[in-house]
Design a protein around this ligand. Structure first.
Ligand SMILES: [Mn+2]
Length: 235
């Protein structure tokens, strides 16, 4: 685990995942870890699962993996059982901890904060420390917000690779807000251990966005199609 790729929030976007896996292979990187929210959404849940399952990546469950396990939502039992086997957090060799939202909650933002106005801004050092509680591994990997970030808090470097599959969304909790990267690129990160600590590279990968957007439209989700094409939540 001295050089590896971090993916998260694939959200059933098989086209984006294919491009990201190709890009990772092109760099000769063999180790990949996945910080959750694998399938949820109107794109290609089955195709995404069929790509990911044989890879058997170290993976944690996201909040929307948990919802698929609890409620099914039309997902084949084989895929539900695969998701159900994922832990909420995972220790990796070399003082690394991976989780989806925060260590304690799969549905709480770690590195961003939603203000009462609905504005989203980077979380303060104090906010992040409170959300981490006593977690102190040297490298922490998370997802959930879909926003790529690299933040140092105390002795921990925290990396959110951003989302492979969905570059913008709107949510009503805790108050109405949007998260958006502003481009359609699939995101992931590469972490490399060096004599001077971790080197982290944030990646933005072009892929066949049109096929993913058309799949969203075929499923009656023009809102997803817009978000895939633009990385913006609303027109
Ligand atoms: Mn999530």
């Amino acid at each position: 685990m001295d050089r590896f790729a971090v993916i998260a929030d694939v959200h059933g976007n098989r086209w984006a995942l294919e491009a990201v896996l190709e890009d990772i292979a092109r760099q000769g990187i063999r180790d990949i870890v996945n910080a959750g929210d694998h399938l949820f959404g109107p794109l290609d849940r089955e195709g995404t699962a069929e790509l990911l399952m044989p890879l058997d990546l170290p993976s944690v469950a996201g909040n929307q993996d948990r919802e698929l396990v609890e409620y099914g939502l039309g997902l084949d039992d084989r895929y539900r059982e695969w998701l159900a086997g994922m832990p909420p957090q995972l220790e990796l060799p070399g003082d690394i901890l991976m989780f989806h939202g925060t260590p304690a909650h799969d549905n709480v933002y770690l590195l961003d904060s939603v203000r009462d106005s609905g504005a989203v801004s980077p979380a303060s050092d104090a906010e992040i420390r409170e959300r981490l509680a006593r977690v102190s591994q040297r490298l922490l990997l998370c997802g959930h917000t879909h926003i790529p970030r690299i933040v140092q808090v105390g002795g921990s470097l925290i990396v959110n690779p951003g989302s492979v599959g969905l570059q913008a969304y709107a949510d009503d909790s805790p108050v109405a807000h949007v998260m958006e990267t502003g481009s359609s690129h699939a995101r992931y990160a590469v972490a490399e251990r060096t004599g001077n600590g971790w080197h982290v590279t944030q990646m933005a990968i072009g892929y066949d966005v049109e096929s993913a957007a058309k799949a969203a439209e075929s499923s009656g989700r023009p809102d997803w199609a817009w978000r895939l094409r633009t990385g913006r939540a609303f027109q």
